[in-house]
Structures are given as C-alpha cells and as structure tokens.
Design a protein around this ligand. Sequence first.
Ligand code: HAM
Length: 428
Amino acid sequence: MKKVSTESYKGVRDFYPEDWRFQKWLFWKMTEVVEKFGYENYTASPLEYTSLFEAKSGREIVEKETYNLVDRGGRDVTLRPEMTPTISRMIAAKNREIPRPIRWYSIPNVFRYEKPQRGRLREHYQLNVDFFGINGVEAEIEMIEIGAEIMKNIGAKNKDFEIRLNDRGIWESIFTFLELDENQSYEISKLVDKKKKLEKDIFEEEIKKQIGEEKSKNILEILEIVELKDFKRYGVDEKVIDNLEKIKFILENKNIKNVIFDITLMRGFDYYTGVVFEFFDTHPDNNRSLFGGGRYDNLLDIFGQEKIPAIGFGMGDVTARDFLEVRNILPKEKIKTDLSVLLLDKKLFLEADKIVSELRENGLKVEFDFSYRKLEKEIKSAEKKGIENILVLGENEIREKRFILKNIFSGDEKKDLSLEDIFNSILK
Ligand code: HAM
C-alpha cells in the first residue's frame, strides 16, 4: 500500500495547539480593539461563486491567484482570496434592513495561489474591518486609528511602524491630465506600485515604453513632488489634497504621528476609489508592508445597487507574527488547563470522577488522567503539556476528602486541602 505523506499541502499551515494558542491570542488582541469601536462580528463560507471575484477583485488576482473548482453540479466555485467581495455581497443582499452606518469585522481564512515565501502563504487569516455609510474623512481617520490601536495592542511602539497614505484620486487626475488611456493608466499604476523594488533605469525605461518619452518625464517629475499642493499643477482636485492633509493633521492630534504621504502607494485591488493606506514595519530585517486598505465606494455596483460609501482594511496573521518575531516579542501564551488529576487505581474511577466533576463545576479546567501509567510518567506528561498543577487521587484522598495540590513548575506542595481550598488556591 502506498503511504500517504504527513506533510500538509504546500503553503498552508497546520496549527498544533501551541501554534493555535498564538493565533487565538492575536485574534483576541484584534477583536478587543475593533469591538471597542463598536464593530460587530460576521462570518461567511470560504466558498463563493467565481463570478463574484471575477466582477471585482481585479484582473491579476482572478487570473493568477485564486483556487477555482467546478462542483458536481457544474457550478464555478472559488475559495475566497479575500473577504471584501463577500461582505459587499452580504450587505447588498440585505441593504435596506441593515442600520447605518455599518461597522463589521471578521477574521476569515483566505486562499491565494501564491509562491510561498516569507510573509506570503497560500492560506492566511485576515482581520477585515469595514465601515459602510460614511463619506467624510472621519471614516478614514477611524480606520487608521483602529489599525494603530491594534498595533499598540499587540505590543508595537510608534517607532516600530509607519503609516503610508495616498489617494487613488491623485493618480486618476494625473492620468486624465496626461491623456492616458485605460490600459496605459493600468500599466503605469502597476509600475508605480513596484517602483521601490525596481532599479531606477529599468523603472524609467518601462514607463517610457508604456507612454513615450514626453509623458514619462512628467511621471518622473510627479514622483519627485514633496508638497501636496504641487499636485494641483497636474489637475489634481484641491479637495483630495485637503482631505489628505486633514487626515494627517487630525491623526497627529490624536498622537498618531507616524503617518507619511507616499505617492507610490497603490495597493493591489482595482476596486479602491480614494484614500489608500498601508502600515509598514520599520524594522531593518522586516521592512515590509504589514497590512492595508482603503476606500471603495463602488463595490455595490455589481449587484445593481446604489453606491454606499465604504472603507476598510485587511490585516494578515502571517505579517503580524513576523513583526513580533523579528523583535522577539511573541507572547508566551500558557495552556488554559488549570489542573491534571492523576488517578492511581482503576477501581476508584467512579468516586474520582465525582471529584473531578465537582472541580469542573466550580470553574476549574481539569484534565483527568486515567491512563494508569507510572506516576512519574503521568507527571512528566502534564509538565510537557504545560499544566501547572497536579492532584493525585488514591484511596486515602478519596476517603478522607483531604488532598495534596502540587505545582509541578515551582515544586510547591500544599497539604491537607479541601476541594474548596483547591479552587481558592488555583483561581485566587
Ligand atoms: P490585501 O492587501 O490583499 O488586501 O491583503 C491584506 C493583508 O492580508 C496584507 O496586507 C497582508 O497582511 C495579508 N496578506 C495578503 N496576502 C497574503 C498572503 N498571501 N500571505 C499572508 N498574508 C497575506 C485585501 O485583501 C483587501 N480585501 C483588504 C480590505 C478590506 N480592503 C478593504 N477592506
């Protein structure tokens, strides 16, 4: 018989209990912040009709990055590569019933057929925070503030990250001003997005190839602009510039001072319509984007519905973990089980089981070891699992109802305890 491999599928992870403990910690840190801002939790299936993503996730992702399958009924189905089309679909389906403004969050696993590498896997968990129904910059400010609060909540200092800000509207105006067609605009956006990774000469050459010498000079000039107001020369609306300045100013007043304007920030998805932002790690060994998002006011179009202003971001678990790992600040989450009860004799099972139940009823998390191995072995197992306390049950203990509680990490032993003493001692 051919043996089946124990390896998991390429680019996805198994979460052994200690790994999942970290995930739960991270999800909790995210949840704590978003719920403080009044966001409600939703979720959905990872399977969607392919047409949903074809309509909105953008050319690149659907052509190259999704897991597609045909179900037994011949329907085209895709494993979600992101959550934004799903939340838009859910809101469109019950549009009139949901009270405005809508503040929702979710922590789904999403799937992308990528080349697995540091910070990029084929399945990751992604906190999605989305806000529907507000046009004004207050929404941008809230989003960025939530991102900064989550960073703080996982242990980041202000200097550990930088928040890059841009507005897609700037480029749209520039493309109109330079009279670029749709394809040229698309290609220039992609090149600008990659600018920091490309050699200067290659970048300039590529731009020239797309739009010719004259216009490429303009693009290079634009990329040198430092003062936001100078974009006005290229047809950029004053309102877009004012908004960006306002966002930065108000965030500074809220003590979020690490916001910088970055004209090269594009973000991958085509659906963003306005402000885009990205949180960046400043550590030299992990100098990369941590998470990001932006405004997407047109996503309900595909369902034939009126526009609802929307803004949101996605924060992945993989990049968050790298952020903590590179600084050596990964939390050491302990096992939740309080106590391991070791039973010496099979004959005593029923009486011992009653004691264990009572301990659980009183709020302790109790593992009952009825493997009847050598006591040292059972203690070793509890220790390896990280369970701090043990209680050995033999004939005397059961008869007298007096117990010895041992902390196997500190070696402390408390003798002659009642069950109540045990709760008090552990739960204190
Ligand atoms: P995204 O930039 O594609 O945006 O992904 C958001 C975040 O998910 C990334 O910044 C990163 O933390 C994480 N991420 C993405 N791909 C991978 C991967 N292959 N492996 C590990 N982590 C990854 C979106 O998905 C938008 N839908 C976010 C959004 C929500 N925009 C508005 N609302």
